[in-house]
Design a protein around this ligand. Sequence first.
Ligand SMILES: [Zn+2]
Length: 236
Amino acid sequence: MSASASIALLEALAALDESIASLTTTLAQSEGRLQKIAAERATLVVAHQVLETRQHDEEVKKRALEDEVRNLGRQSEQARDRQFRVHKLVDVQTVEREREELQRLSRDKRTEVEHQDALLTSLRAETEALNVREKALDKEISGDGDRYASTAGEAQGARDGKIAERRAIETQLAPPLLRKYDQVRERRGTALAKAFGGRCNSCQMALPPTFFQKLRRDAIIDQCPSCQRLIYAANP
Ligand SMILES: [Zn+2]
């Protein structure tokens, strides 16, 4: 096979490899996004459960506090009834102090109930925020999720096509040249370079003048002495 025919095949190969690499990236991104949404959704479910348990516990605490307030109210009423029944001044004063103490305790407990209410309100707001985020994610999963999946599907199909095209070219290239191409590509990412203006256009290193002249004169494929890419003259 002539060098120019090999060059044409190598160029087609390089273009295919670029497409395959870009499709592989698209595929990974689509799959990555889907996995990220699913992971966030799972985290939210756990957070939701934790929050629900906490809310339940705090509601139980609130009811206990309200019971205490009622209890203290009853005790206070009983003390008042007792106050009417006692006659000695010292006893009246004792009961009076007792009532005041009960009323103070009752005020404190009511304050605690208010704090508990505020806490529950903020927990409910947190739950609501989680619900909103969950709904948004569900929408993303059902809408964008399908879109990501179809992007991934398309990328997969296109990539399979490009890989098949590559196989067809592989069979036409001389095996040692293909091996060399693949070896360099694996190491450098790309395997082709053009000699232009006395330089390798890939690594930008100056080529030995005799080497450069030979590439132009004989229109052959060689390797860049610096980057080892397969190199040929851009305009022999
Ligand atoms: Zn080079």
